[in-house]
Design a protein around this ligand. Structure first.
Ligand code: APR
Ligand code: PHB
Length: 394
């Protein structure tokens, strides 16, 4: 067998956060795997994504023995604000739930994971393009393709489909078995990074009659901001001046007045979508993370949900290989989907509360305002929000 033909316990398609965390947890439990990645690792490590980790996700990083940097460099946040025009409500996560969240960029999570994947010597076939093919029969599965133009083939007991929304794994589940549930929102988020002091020390989810804006951060000198934009817009349509003007108009004026602005060092537009596929297991294939579901980013759930999938799947695989117990693996789809749908609900609700949906629909604007007013008055409602934001148990 040459070095490009491997035999491992689990073949993992996609080396994003889901795939690499799964590979690491399996390795720590003596289970072998190999990763297959469409892009170059350099590309994977440079992607800028969201930055809020639930305690459950930080615990998963600790379990994977990559908890040091997130503990020392991650910023613990005890709350955040939701605003409507100049009215502001602080969601006191710590008081309402006894827990905090950690602000730590997904880019950093990916770097931490890649470091240990390399140290562990987990085989990684990169730059495969769309070549990977997944084949399954009664007693094994094969993932094959070309990496940097050279053919490879991985034989495994199981395949983990961790290849994101546009990957191949989900499409391996036949149409008559798979059901997709989807909502595409009629707006996108334009995001920028700028080397400026964050507008506030906590996140601000801002809304008004014109739409949504988010003030977030990576560190004391690196801010991350978003504004709701049209799905037709291109990043080039938005000069920095236009971006700052719209952002300042949507956040409370007392914050806008004092905020530092500067050149953007990254600017991109992302569409907003809710998506779930059922089931997320078919024969020897198990889907994890964005391959199985998408949430709009408003609840900061994307990466956190991917990590809870990895929790359930790694548990199932460890019990299967190490304890000869198939129960958790057989129940993976049902168990993971129960939590996925609750996170979908929360992300959809936050999105509905904070965005302008339709220029013509003034009734919806009033409903959003009424929802916000009720949230201001009801600590029970705030607690429900807070419990979802800090992360449902798993
Ligand atoms: N073959 C191999 N790899 C693929 C293929 C393919 N056909 N298609 C996509 N990939 C790779 C992508 O290049 C990417 O590196 O799979 C990886 C999937 O990573 P993510 O999209 O980051 O998905 P996931 O690991 O589930 O992480 C979910 O990260 O993407 C964010 O918003 C997302 O926060 C969420 C979290
Ligand atoms: C981010 O910092 O990029 C971020 C934070 C919270 C969100 C979405 C994105 O809900």
């Amino acid at each position: 067998m040459n070095s490009n033909a491997l035999n491992v316990d689990v073949a993992i398609v996609g080396a994003g956060p889901s795939g690499m965390l799964l590979a690491r947890l399996l390795k720590l439990n003596g289970i072998s795997s190999a990763l297959v990645e469409r892009q170059s690792i350099k590309h994977v490590l440079s992607r800028i994504r969201a930055g809020v980790l639930e305690q459950g996700s930080v615990d998963m990083m600790k379990l994977a023995d990559i908890g040091d940097r997130v503990s020392s460099e991650g910023d613990q946040h005890a709350g955040f604000s939701i605003t409507y025009g100049n009215d502001s409500l602080r969601i006191d996560l710590e008081k309402l739930t006894g827990k905090k969240v950690t602000v730590y960029g997904q880019t950093e999570v990916t770097k931490d994971l890649y470091k240990v994947v390399q140290q562990d010597g987990i085989p990684l076939f990169e730059e495969t393009g769309d070549s990977p093919r997944i084949e399954m029969d009664n007693d094994h599965a094969t993932v094959s393709g070309t990496s940097n133009g050279v053919p490879f083939s991985i034989q495994a007991s199981f395949v983990a489909g961790c290849d994101g929304f546009h990957g191949v794994a989900r499409k391996t589940i036949p149409d008559n078995v798979r059901k997709d549930f989807e909502r595409v929102y009629p707006f996108g988020w334009l995001g920028i990074l700028s080397e400026t002091k964050p507008a506030d020390h906590e996140l601000i989810y801002a809304s008004d009659d014109e739409g949504f804006a988010l003030c977030s951060m990576r560190n004391e000198r690196l801010s991350r901001y978003y504004v709701q934009c049209s799905t037709q817009d291109k990043a080039e349509d938005w000069s920095d001046e236009r971006f700052w003007d719209v952002l300042r108009a949507r956040i409370p004026s007392k914050i806008a007045k004092h905020m530092e602005t500067g050149p953007s060092i990254e600017k991109s537009i992302a569409p907003l979508r809710s998506f779930v596929c059922e089931p997320i297991q078919y024969k020897r294939l198990f889907l994890c993370g964005d391959a199985a579901h998408i949430v709009p980013p408003t609840g900061a759930k994307g990466l956190n949900l991917a990590f809870s999938d990895v929790y359930y799947l790694s548990k199932g695989l460890i019990e299967y290989f190490n304890d000869n117990n198939e129960t958790a693996l057989q129940n993976y789809s049902t168990t993971a989907l129960a939590r996925i749908w609750k996170s979908e609900r929360f992300s959809w609700w936050m999105t509905s509360l904070l965005h302008k949906f339709d220029e013509q629909d003034s009734f919806s604007d009033r409903m959003r305002r009424a929802e916000f007013d009720f949230l201001m008055e009801s600590e029970d409602y705030q607690r429900a929000l807070a419990n979802n934001y800090i992360g449902l148990p798993y």
